[in-house]
Design a protein around this ligand. Structure first.
Ligand SMILES: *[C@@H]1O[C@H](CO)[C@@H](O)[C@H](O)[C@H]1NC(C)=O
Ligand SMILES: *[C@@H]1O[C@H](CO)[C@@H](O)[C@H](O)[C@H]1NC(C)=O
Ligand SMILES: *[C@@H]1O[C@H](CO)[C@@H](O)[C@H](O)[C@H]1NC(C)=O
Ligand SMILES: *[C@@H]1O[C@H](CO)[C@@H](O)[C@H](O)[C@H]1NC(C)=O
Length: 226
């Protein structure tokens, strides 16, 4: 069959178009930048559009938001509700130390919103479908006491995914200060706003696996043709 030139050309053409198209499809699902920081931008756009003050993006709050969802990771119900109530003391006794938040700079948490979803959602969808989806969360979002915000997100390999927003009334740069500007944080999973470390463990593994599979597939196909 391979001796037939038109068949060979057809194979080559199919293979070549796959080469170009398939990675593009896979990459479009890859998460770019930091979706937690994107959510902070969306929160600020929503607030400033309603003439509410802009909130400072606090990496210290963001890191604690990630700690919060890290703890709640197993607790997403079938109807996408987070059944998780970490003790209030966890903020100062677990989350802050894990993040390297200098305790004397620990400010007042003025609100928090937590949500989960079976599959990963883009930042704007996560904002409207997971985080700000009822009267209660709208009122937390619009509260005039907040001055700072931080967002954390994490997901198990195949979901569910968890998002957390923490608000505080601290003064810019003097609350939730991270030791060494956060350089010592061991971030294994997920991501948080204000961090320069990209999101890990969300979408990435699958992309790499698929790409390896695809490259092997193409190589075998090409070898067969030659
Ligand atoms: C998560 O759910 C389990 C089982 O319902 C419960 O025992 C546990 O306390 C929950 N975790 C938190 C941090 O609330
Ligand atoms: C705003 O948040 C503060 C601190 O959590 C709370 O005491 C106050 O009741 C909230 N205000 C409104 C209008 O919800
Ligand atoms: C802010 O977000 C809420 C919740 O998604 C939405 O209902 C509202 O229209 C938004 N407001 C603006 C000004 O974008
Ligand atoms: C906060 O700290 C950064 C970096 O040190 C500085 O550029 C910025 O002006 C400070 N902001 C305020 C409001 O003090």
């Amino acid at each position: 069959m391979m001796n037939n030139p038109s068949c060979w050309v057809l194979h080559f053409f199919c293979c070549f178009s796959c080469c170009l198209l398939f990675p593009a499809l896979v990459l479009s699902h890859h998460i770019h930048g930091n979706p937690a920081s994107d959510i902070v931008d969306i929160i600020n756009k929503n607030r400033t559009d309603q003439k509410l003050p802009h909130l400072n993006d606090s990496p210290g709050l963001g890191c604690m938001a990630l700690q919060y969802v890290e703890l709640c990771k197993g607790n997403c119900s079938d109807n996408n509700a987070v059944n998780c109530k970490p003790p209030e003391d966890d903020f100062t006794e677990v989350f802050a130390p894990n993040c390297g938040v200098e305790l004397p700079t620990f400010g007042t948490i003025t609100g928090h919103i937590v949500g989960c979803q079976r599959e990963y959602l883009e930042p704007s969808q996560a904002f409207s479908q997971v985080l700000i989806k009822d009267k209660n969360s709208v009122s937390v979002l619009k509260n005039k006491t907040h001055t700072e915000v931080g967002v954390g997100l994490v997901g198990l390999h195949k979901g569910p995914f968890f998002w957390c927003v923490l608000f505080s009334s601290g003064q810019t740069n003097s609350t939730f200060v991270l030791e060494n500007r956060g350089a010592g944080i061991q971030q294994k999973k997920g991501c948080y706003s204000g961090s320069s470390t990209p999101c890990s463990g969300i979408g990435h593994t699958r992309t790499v696996a698929l790409n390896i599979f695809f490259i092997s597939f193409v190589s075998v196909l090409l070898l067969t043709l030659l």
